[in-house]
Design a protein around this ligand. Structure first.
Ligand SMILES: Nc1ncnc2c1ncn2[C@@H]1O[C@H](COP(=O)(O)OP(=O)(O)O)[C@@H](O)[C@H]1O
Ligand SMILES: [Mg+2]
Length: 307
């Protein structure tokens, strides 16, 4: 389990991480989501003792990283897949790791097989690896010591769609066996399908956290999108029932629960062709919650200020 308590990291007067608290629980995949520059890497670097915090604490299984004996056996870390000796082969990098942790060398082959790096590939030097290959090697390195906690910073970067799917099942399996997984991403769709919990960070502060259902529930605008063979009649029936109806590109948006549209359609004798939740979805929520750190949003504001 990872516990972050009131963590702050400042660089000069700039607060890269501002009073951040959250936990990542065993048996669950926790997604750490936020746009570029939100403070994800900084938080993770503090977790593994690479950056000293300005204030606050992080513990892993109850201890600070530096107090964990043979940390690679407890915490698997992937922060920067390129931060390995570029002149070493993939196999050599894993071998050095295994020796440092006192592991049998057979573990190296096991890990290479698990991340699907072939003998030829593992014999190449890291500098000749593609980003995706580096990520696979980095994941192998993180899992080498069979740790109970995994901390992965943007592990899906550079992976092809098949690689992302592979990583998803790997991490789910790892969490199902009781492991704690914290993985960061700036792309919602990468973590949405895999994370049991999500921590949303923007501008160094946590803007929302919870499981997918509770995050969706934060989006208070309940509405449904309905299409029918006679939208005009359906709109009239719904308006008569006191619901507000607005036309959409296809069909109607109605501020009520889906069954109300069904009832109105039934009574009016209109055939429904589509009925689905009109909730904006996590993507919009993510953009909205982290709006102040979205570069595109900032540009708009700057331009507005100049105009
Ligand atoms: N060593 C550093 N010195 C100064 N500023 C830094 C340093 N490391 C990170 N930052 C700043 O802290 C903010 C958060 O960075 P980072 O944690 O890398 O964000 P993320 O990983 O979410 O993209 C950024 O604005 C970044 O420029
Ligand atoms: Mg980062």
């Amino acid at each position: 389990m990872i516990t972050v308590e009131r963590l702050t990291k400042t660089y000069g007067g700039f607060r890269a991480v501002d009073d951040v608290s959250f936990t990542a629980q065993p048996g669950r995949v926790t997604g750490f989501l936020g746009p570029n520059g939100a403070g994800k890497t900084t938080t993770m670097r503090v977790m593994v003792g690479l950056t000293p915090p300005t204030a606050g604490t992080v513990t892993i299984n109850g201890r600070g990283y530096h107090d964990i004996p043979n940390p690679g056996r407890q915490v698997g870390v992937l922060l920067d897949a390129s931060a390995q000796h570029a002149g070493r082969t993939g196999r050599e990098i894993l071998t050095v790791g295994a020796k440092t942790m006192g592991l049998p060398l057979a573990r190296v082959d096991e890990m290479l097989a698990m991340v699907s790096l072939s003998d030829t590939e593992s014999g190449r030097r890291l500098r000749n690896y593609s980003l995706g290959m580096k990520q696979r090697l980095g994941i192998a390195h993180a899992l080498l010591g069979d740790p109970s906690v995994l901390i992965l910073d943007e592990p899906a970067n550079g992976l092809d769609p098949a690689g992302i799917r592979w990583m998803r099942s790997l991490l789910k399996g790892y969490a199902d066996r009781g492991g704690t997984v914290l993985l960061s991403s700036h792309l919602l769709h990468e973590v949405e399908l895999i994370a049991d919990e999500m921590i949303l960070i923007g501008n160094g502060t946590i803007v929302a956290q919870g499981d997918k259902a509770s995050l969706m529930a934060m989006d208070g605008n309940v509405s449904v999108l309905a299409s029918s063979l006679d939208d005009q009649a359906l709109a009239a029936a719904l308006t008569q029932r006191g619901f507000s109806v607005s036309p959409e590109a296809q069909g109607l948006r109605v501020a009520c629960a889906p069954e109300e549209v069904g009832r109105a359609a039934l009574e009016a004798g209109v055939v429904l062709t589509e009925l689905r939740s009109g909730a904006a979805g996590l993507e919009d929520l993510f953009l909205e919650l982290t709006a102040s750190t979205q570069r595109e949003g900032n540009i708009e504001r700057t331009e507005g200020a100049q105009a």
